[in-house]
Design a protein around this ligand. Structure first.
Ligand code: ZN
Length: 132
C-alpha cells in the first residue's frame, strides 16, 4: 500500500487526527493554493446566501435558531478592500453561520456602487502566514 488519500471531510477533529499521523509534504500534489484570503468575500454579491425566514434551517448545521445581529464585512472591490459596517444579518445560534437576505445584499451592492462619502478610514495590518 502506498500513501493514503486526503480525508474527504470538513470535520476539524478528523482533519486534526489525520495530520497528527501524516506529513503534509506527502500530499503536495494534492494540495491546491488558495490565492484569495478566504475570510474576505471576494465579491459583495456573495453576501447573498440563503433565505432568512426564521424557520429556515441553517444550511451548515440544520438548526432553526437564529438571532438578528449586525456585522461588519470586508469586501474586495476592484482590488481595494472596503468595509461595510452594521449589515443586518441572521446568525445561527448553534454554529454561528451568518445569513443575509436579498434586500440587504442589494443595499450593500448599491451602496458600494454609488460610492457615498466614506464614513471613516481605518488602517489594516496584514499578516502573512507563509512567512510567519
Ligand atoms: Zn448553523
Amino acid at each position: 500500500m502506498s500513501k493514503s488519500s486526503l480525508p474527504q471531510t470538513d470535520s476539524v477533529q478528523e482533519l486534526a487526527e489525520f495530520w497528527q499521523t501524516h506529513d503534509s509534504t506527502d500530499f503536495d500534489d494534492e494540495m491546491e493554493e488558495v490565492p484569495e484570503p478566504v475570510f474576505i468575500r471576494p465579491d459583495p454579491s456573495q453576501l447573498l446566501i440563503k433565505s432568512v425566514e426564521p424557520e429556515y434551517p441553517c444550511y451548515v448545521c440544520g438548526s432553526t435558531r437564529h438571532e438578528k445581529v449586525y456585522v461588519d464585512e470586508v469586501f474586495n472591490v476592484d482590488g481595494k478592500h472596503v468595509m461595510v459596517e452594521h449589515i443586518p444579518a441572521q446568525r445561527c445560534q448553534q454554529c454561528g453561520e451568518l445569513f443575509f437576505d436579498a434586500k440587504t445584499t442589494e443595499r450593500v451592492l448599491s451602496l458600494l456602487h454609488d460610492s457615498p462619502p466614506v464614513a471613516r478610514t481605518v488602517t489594516l495590518d496584514v499578516f502573512d502566514l507563509a512567512v510567519a
